[in-house]
Design a protein around this ligand. Structure first.
Ligand code: NAP
Length: 253
């Protein structure tokens, strides 16, 4: 088994201040990469404040929905450290069927989950192209890029768009040694899924073939694979890490 060694590589992680993104930051740093965390807050839970105990990890405040600032911040990081790996984990989950979705909910969801992915992808690719040594970009998608979810009109639409965007960008830059892929989590215990109560969490686990929620570490494991040379021949794919949730429906009691 190849051990993933990312020594000498620099990674940026949007949304690295919490949940899945924070697990990715830990995994990248422990494989030897230096990492820039980009989010609005340095950390959300006391446990994640320890990310910055590692001198290889820095924080830059960034709202991914602000295109001009994304351009400036990525240029600054690229000039100081280069960008070899870019992981896009910043995301927002707002609920509502379409009749309950006001303009602000729709715009905010698209601004973070779709515009934010567009801005960060464009700037990552721009600097990877200029550096001329290829690169890896991994977007955190969702099972709801593939399927709908009752009551989450804006979120599911944004994740569906981001999934096809991954395929599109992957085609356009594959010839330059840039691998653009995604990891699509199922249900994972993070601050985002605290909206579900205990009973709902148990119901969702029961609807999952392996009977479990996932962990941020399990999502980070797939991100590490796609961020490494093990994935050099993989372009435009999305790895579902979902306990089998998307495989089908249960037809038996
Ligand atoms: P989380 O713990 O709430 O983390 C969300 C991250 O996104 C935080 O670091 C947050 O940092 C950042 N973020 C939100 N808005 C931002 C903005 N405007 N600019 C910059 N950063 C922003 O949730 P999570 O579960 O780890 O979610 C990570 C990704 O996984 C999301 O894309 C989500 O859609 C996806 N996902 C999660 C699950 C799940 O079950 N948890 C399932 C499928 C997909 P700040 O608030 O400090 O900015």
């Amino acid at each position: 088994m190849n051990k993933i060694d990312l020594s000498g590589k620099h990674a940026v992680v949007t949304g690295g201040s919490s949940g899945i993104g924070a697990a990715v930051v830990r995994a990248l740093a422990s494989a030897g990469a230096s990492v820039t965390v980009m989010a609005r807050k340095r950390y959300h839970s006391a446990g994640d404040s320890e990310l910055y105990d590692d001198p290889k990890v820095e924080f830059i405040e960034l709202d991914v929905s602000d295109g001009k600032t994304v351009t400036r911040v990525f240029a600054d990081v690229a000039a100081r450290k280069g960008i070899d790996i870019s992981v896009l984990a910043a995301g927002l989950l707002l609920s509502g069927k379409v009749l309950d979705t006001d303009d602000e909910t729709w715009r905010r969801t698209m601004a973070v989950n779709l515009d934010g992915v567009f801005y960060a992808t464009r700037e990552s690719i721009r600097h990877m192209m200029a550096q001329g040594r290829g690169g890896k970009l991994v977007s955190i998608g969702s099972i709801f890029g593939y399927r709908g979810c009752q009551g989450f009109a804006a979120y599911c639409t944004s994740k569906g768009g981001a999934l096809n965007f991954t395929r599109q960008v992957a085609m356009d830059y594959a010839a330059h040694g840039i691998n653009v892929n995604a990891v699509a989590p199922g249900f994972v215990h993070t601050a985002m899924t605290d909206i579900y109560d205990k009973e709902m969490k148990e119901t969702l686990a029961a609807q999952t073939p392996n009977g479990k929620w996932g962990t941020s570490q399990q999502i980070a494991d797939a991100v590490m694979f796609l961020s490494s040379s093990l994935a050099d021949h993989i372009h435009g794919q999305s790895i579902l890490v979902d306990g089998g949730w998307t495989l089908g429906v249960f037809a038996q009691r």
